[in-house]
Design a protein around this ligand. Structure first.
Ligand code: THG
Length: 265
């Protein structure tokens, strides 16, 4: 599972404050904690700062990469902010995300075309949020087709079918995981990713729903996730679910995690 650490997101109060105060140490601590906990990418999101997003996103990338040896997932729908962040990023980042929304698609595609960057392809269009598996597949087909035509390799594409709350509609969980299954079958070599926590929006004990949903999604082939890597139970859940789903040769990761004490608490 490719883990994208979600905590450097300005929708979180402490992060918003740290960005406004340009508090380098506070951001760097969150970056280090996530990298140590197993994040493969550090998501950076300054989306709440209208007008200042490019400047702040660039600062976040510099600040994070000064202390961790991990690439960032540049989390913005705004091509100007993405370009500002890319101008300072070292190594190969992940773009989070392109979608089928016309302006976002047309302006982000030339940025990712022909590069070796990882790209999250979010199943969203100008017609709004997808509801069913078929809605998602239609968008995924166009996005994946467009990315391949623009010389983005299939193994660099992470399709995000878009998690929606089960408190809004009973079937939103099922439609999501069935979309994962269809995507994995339709495009051999592709990856999938998602932000999970929307599934539990509006309900109590959200962590419990998020963790359980992760197991269900892994069973269908999910192999990337934007999560809080400091949530140890989520991390051990992922390792157990991947072993159970046949994604862990000789249960090596599972045994390694056990020896490291991950399942102790
Ligand atoms: N898909 C893609 N990108 C995304 C999302 C997605 N980026 C944004 C979002 N959804 C995923 N990121 C977050 C970041 C923070 C939180 C939720 C989703 C969040 N964190 C808790 C908090 O602030 O209190 C802490 C979590 C915890 O402690 O367990 O709310 O869907 N492509």
């Amino acid at each position: 599972m490719i883990i994208i650490g979600e905590l450097i997101n300005a929708s979180r109060k402490a992060i918003k404050a740290a960005i406004e105060a340009q508090d380098t140490a506070a951001i760097q601590q969150v970056a280090k904690d996530q990298a140590e906990a197993g994040a493969d990418y550090i998501d950076v999101n300054a989306g709440v700062f209208v007008g200042k997003e490019p400047e702040y996103l660039k600062w976040l990338v510099e600040t994070v990469q000064a202390v961790v040896d991990k690439p960032c997932a540049i989390d913005s729908p705004d091509p100007a902010a993405v370009e500002a962040a890319l101008s300072v990023h070292q190594g190969t980042p992940m773009i989070n995300s392109i979608s089928l929304e016309k302006e976002r698609y047309e302006r982000l595609m030339p940025i990712v075309a022909g590069t070796d960057m990882k790209v999250i392809a979010l199943c969203m269009s100008d017609k709004g949020m997808p509801r069913t598996v078929d809605d998602r597949m239609k968008i995924a087909d166009e996005l994946v087709g467009g990315l391949l035509k623009n010389n983005v390799k299939i193994e660099n594409i992470f399709v995000d079918p878009l998690v929606q709350p089960i408190s809004v509609e009973n079937n939103f969980g099922v439609e999501f995981i069935n979309a994962i299954e269809r995507i994995v079958a339709a495009y051999p070599g592709i990856h999938t990713a998602c932000g999970l926590s929307n599934i539990s929006y509006g309900l109590p004990a959200r962590k419990f729903l998020n963790q359980t949903f992760m197991t269900m999604a892994i069973a269908k082939g999910l192999d990337g996730a934007i999560i809080n890597p400091l949530d140890q139970r989520m991390m051990s859940n992922i390792i157990a679910a991947e072993a159970l789903a046949g994604k862990d040769n000789f249960c090596m990761n599972y045994l390694k995690a056990y020896r490291a004490g991950l399942f102790d608490s």
